[in-house]
Every structure is written in C-alpha cells, then in structure tokens.
Write a protein that binds this ligand. Structure first.
Ligand SMILES: NC(=O)c1ccc[n+]([C@@H]2O[C@H](COP(=O)([O-])OP(=O)(O)OC[C@H]3O[C@@H](n4cnc5c(N)ncnc54)[C@H](O)[C@@H]3O)[C@@H](O)[C@H]2O)c1
Ligand SMILES: N[C@@H](CCC=O)C(=O)O
Length: 541
C-alpha cells in the first residue's frame, strides 16, 4: 500500500541522437545490426513466464533482402490463445492491486533501459524487421517509445490526482479501477513504438493484456518483450501471441472477459472487429472499450502565398520518409499553378539525390516496403497511373523485387482531383499531386474535405494569415493532427497528441491523458463522517 503522495519525475522528450559518422551511437547500432543479422532467432510465444515453442513455425526475412532468413517464430493454436486469456486473468489478481507507484517504476525503468543499454538493439532490430533507416528507427523505436512510457506515467498520476470536491462532513473520492477483464492489444508493423505503447498503456493503468503484434514486426517485438522483462514487469501482465489473425481475434473477442481492444492498423480490420464485438455484445461481463487508430489519406495544401521550397521539402519528407509507410504520410497534395513549376523543380532535384537500399548503409535515405503484397499493390497503382489518361508518373515509377521490395519514391501528377490515388490509402512511397488554379483556393479546400473518407493528418502552407484562418476552419473535420507550414508527419508525444477521426479512428490520442482514461473505470466513493440518526426533515419538527 502507498505510504506517501509521490511525485513522478517530470517527463521529457528523449533527445534524438545524430548518428553522424564517427559517433558512438552509429557504431553501436551498426554493430548490433550486424550481430543480429547474422544470428538465427527462434521466437517463442510469451504466455505468463513461459516461452512456448509449438513447432508450428513461420520464417522471418528482412523486406530489403528477402532471401536472407533471420529465423522463425512459433504460431499459437486456439488452446494457447485461451491459455493466454486464463494466464492474464490469473495475473490480474495481483497486478490490479499493485500500488501505482510500483507500476510507474517498472515502466520508467523500461524507458531508461531503452534510452541506454537496449537502444542499439531495438533500433537495429527495427531496421532489420521493418526496413527503417538509422534516423527513422531512432525516432520510432528509441525516442517515441521512451516518450510514450515517460509521458504516460506522468498522465497516469494526473488522472489519479484529479479529485472531486467535498462538502462539510463528507469526503468524496474518485478511484480509477482497471477494467474488469483483459485488454486485447493488436498492433501494426510500421512503428515499434506503437507496438510497445498499445499493450503497455493499459497495463500501466493496472490492466492485463493479450498482445498480438503484426507478423512483420515480431522480430523487433521480441526486444520489447525483453525490455519489459528486464524492467521487472511481472509474468502474465502482457502475454504475446501470434498466428492466424482471424482465429486469434475470434477467440479473444468471444471471451466473456474481453474488456477492451487497443488497435492500430487499417480501417477495414478495425471495422470488422467492431462489427464482431457488436455481435458478441451479450456475451461480455462489461461493455468493452473500443480504441482504434486506423488509416489515412493525408494531405498537403499550398496557398499561392506559400514558399515553394518549403512546400517541396515538406512533400519529399512527408511522402517518402520511411517509404511513405507512416499513417501520417503525405499522399495527396494540392499545389497552385503559380507555384507548381518551382515546386516540381525542387522536388526533381531532391529526389535525384535520394539513395535507396539496405538500411545498413546510412547513406540510404529510403529502403524497401514491408511485404511482397504491399510491393505488388503499389506497383499495380503505378502501372495504372502510367496507363491512365488523367494521370502521369512524373518522378520515380520504377520498382524491383529481385532482392528486396523496392519501390522508387514516385510522384503522380493528375488532372482529376478525384483520381484513385487521391482517394485510396496505398501506404507506400507514392504521392499524387493535383495542380489547381490560383483563383480556386476556397473551392480547393472544399475538395480536400470531400475527397477522402479519412481524417488523420493534413498540412497547409501559406504566407497569408487570412488563408491560414480560412483553411483551419474549412478543414476543421479533415484531420486530427493539423499542421501549419510543416509536414504532416512526425508528431511528438507530449507535444502533438496523435490520432484522427472519420475513417481514421476513434481519435483517443495515443500518448495522452485521453488515451489512458479509456483503460480505467472510475468509482466514486462518498464517505459520511457523522451519518444521520433521524429520518425527519427539520421543518417536520
Ligand atoms: N492512425 C494511426 O495512428 C496509425 C498508426 C500506424 C498505422 N496505421 C495504419 O495501419 C495500417 C498499416 O499497418 P498494418 O499493415 O500493420 O495494418 P493491418 O490492419 O494489416 O494490421 C494491423 C494488425 O491487425 C492484424 N490483422 C490483419 N488482418 C486481420 C484480420 N483479418 N483479423 C484480425 N487481425 C488482423 C495484423 O496482424 C496486425 O497485428 C495503415 O492503414 C495505417 O494507416 C494507423
Ligand atoms: N505518429 C506518427 C505516425 C504514426 C503512424 O504510422 C507521425 O506523426 O508521423
């Protein structure tokens, strides 16, 4: 039991290291890359304290070198998924009663382990599994993950300290109980930080979790498991399963103890799980919390008063860093005719200098996309644009999967503002640009609003304050993260809470107090010091 009103250390953003030639961090990470690349892994399921190897294995390959086998992971069957539920519920008996400051301590320790001894390992694993460059791995698996842990600890204490008023003779208290049951965390391939945050945020609030990482991220997920273990997270609080996604999800969502889902991934998968939860609603002991951050079709709109160089750089970085595989990536842009030639010249010059290849070579700015399926989908969209009369591939457009799944950073120019790649999320290094007449600024804002089902991120570039005001209002429902004169990627925990609405998710803002509130069920406690001893009102005599 707590014996003090503790204050946690003030959260701060982990500084991003430079990885410049000759730096220690560069040497450590590249050494770890080599070592991990040449070691075969045999990744088990983690249920309670057990590492379970079923013998039912799948091979792991880096997407930039798909003939290099990294090892295997073991798949769960239905009985093991049920075992994960039972193990989580057993662990809940002690974990839900763990004093909050000890939960805080565990996750603060995890943050420090990531900032220090595990930094090179988790960054290198992310580079290998997800084809991230040094810088992209650093801002994700080290810095953002550390930030999630530090800031969530601070938000947790804010939640606990916010208390109701009490009048004379009464003490009102509010306690925030973990949800009654287990949480299903289901995570995407593209951010190791999101993979770490989705199970740990509910766990920090006293919940137990069954976590299913994306198959393509299991290789770096194993390092997350290692870090949580080293930080002292008790067995059974976070249990990790992989295998057939449909079977795992069906089994978990059918449990009467299912208390919530913490999802990040595509809109279609989230929608199907929401429907399934609806069908199962009579089974559950408590209404489950449904939290999902999903797809995007993120925009950049330039006003004629914008600086063309700034627009071009925002497009290059926003669309092509990490091969356009950020949910926030710029994938449609609206550029005024008066700026277009300059924007195009700057982008052409910049893209000509971008190198693509293995993330092990730090001079490569981009690497491969994640899977063959993604490669094929992107190649098909590029070919279609080459064939269509209302579209033209003006930059990039080449692809090659002989060694890895490499797609050149590609720019499509369209004369049709509703062209397929202006509307559909492709999730890769393909940017589509529509050039509008300068006089049609207000109509263009309407077009931005009406073109996509998503509302995740968006950016406007303008040197005119009136245009900024107009766009901020006209695009009020188009993005949960809205940028003025900046690229639409790179939200920082504690600074720009992240998430979108419409088909982009429930907008519960990962890494914020709003998200943590979804993982607790408040109980109000009223204590009366001197209870009444007479039933009559005073005026009844
Ligand atoms: N809004 C955000 O904050 C955010 C952040 C990152 C990624 N994303 C989105 O995630 C997507 C890319 O990630 P992804 O390719 O890993 O997404 P995905 O939807 O394919 O996979 C996400 C998770 O769902 C699982 N899954 C896939 N099919 C399933 C099924 N039929 N039943 C149950 N589970 C299933 C996967 O194994 C994985 O664990 C993009 O749409 C991107 O916009 C959104
Ligand atoms: N939070 C990240 C995107 C996460 C989704 O992939 C960003 O802001 O770029």
């Amino acid at each position: 039991m707590s014996k003090g009103f503790y204050q946690v250390p003030t959260a701060f953003n982990e500084p991003v290291k430079s990885y410049a030639p000759g730096t220690k961090e560069r040497e450590l990470t590249l050494n770890s890359f080599k070592e991990q690349y040449n070691t075969t892994v045999d990744i088990p399921l983690y249920i309670g304290g057990e590492e379970i190897r079923t013998g039912n294995t799948k091979d792991l390959f880096p997407p930039f070198d798909h003939k290099h086998k990294l090892g295997v992971y073991h798949e769960a069957d239905k009985a093991l998924v049920e075992k994960a539920i039972a193990t989580a519920l057993e662990a809940r008996k002690k974990w839900a009663a763990m004093p909050w400051e000890h939960r805080a301590s565990i996750f603060l320790k995890a943050a420090e382990l990531l900032a220090g001894p595990y930094r090179a390992k988790i960054n290198a694993a992310t580079m290998i599994a997800q084809a991230k460059t040094l810088h992209q791995a650093e801002i994700d698996s080290a810095c953002e993950f550390i930030d999630f842990l530090r800031f969530n600890v601070e938000y947790m204490t804010q939640i606990y300290s916010e208390q109701p008023a009490s009048v004379d003779g009464v003490w009102n208290r509010l306690e925030h109980r973990p949800l009654e049951g287990f949480i299903y965390a289901i995570t995407p391939f593209n951010f190791t930080a999101i993979s770490g945050n989705l199970p740990s945020a509910p766990a920090m609030m006293g919940n137990v979790v069954v976590w299913k990482p994306a198959a393509t991220q299991i290789y770096s997920a194993r390092v997350i498991v290692e870090v949580f273990k080293a930080a002292g997270l008790p067995d059974g609080v976070i249990n990790v399963v992989y295998g057939n996604s449909g079977m795992i999800t069906d089994t978990l969502l059918a449990s009467p103890d299912f208390a919530g889902i913490h999802f990040t991934g595509s809109t279609g998968v989230f929608n199907s799980m929401w429907a399934q939860i609806g069908q199962n609603i009579d089974k559950y002991k408590t209404y489950p919390r449904i939290v999902g951050e999903t797809g995007g079709k993120d925009f950049v709109v330039a006003h004629p008063s914008a600086c063309p160089k700034e627009v071009a750089v925002a497009l290059t970085r926003g669309a092509f860093e990490y091969q356009g595989q950020k949910c926030s990536a710029a994938s449609r842009a609206y550029v005024p005719a008066s700026l277009w030639n300059q924007v195009k010249e700057y982008m052409t010059a910049d893209l000509a200098t971008i190198k693509m290849g293995s993330p092990e070579d730090p001079s490569n700015y981009v690497s491969s996309v994640i899977t063959e399926a993604s490669f094929d989908k992107l190649a098909k969209a590029i070919d279609q644009a080459k064939a269509d009369a209302d579209a033209e591939v003006i930059l990039g457009g080449k692809y090659d999967k002989s060694i890895g799944y490499f797609i050149e950073p590609t720019v499509i120019l369209t004369t049709n503002p509703k062209y397929a790649t202006m509307e559909t999320e492709l999730f890769g290094p393909v940017l589509t640009i529509y050039v509008y007449e300068d006089a049609k600024w207000s109509e263009t804002l309407k077009l931005v609003d009406e073109t996509s089902i998503y509302a995740l991120t968006g950016a406007i570039f303008s040197g005119c304050r009136y245009a900024i005001v107009e766009a901020t209002e006209a695009l009020v429902n188009c993005a949960g993260n809205f940028y003025i004169n900046d690229k639409p990627t790179g939200a920082v925990v504690g600074q720009q809470p992240f998430g979108g609405a419409r088909a982009s998710g429930t907008n519960d803002k990962a890494g914020s107090i709003l998200n943590l509130l979804r993982w607790v069920s408040p109980r109000t406690i009223k204590e009366t010091f001197v209870p009444a001893t007479d039933y009559k009102y005073p005026f009844l005599g």
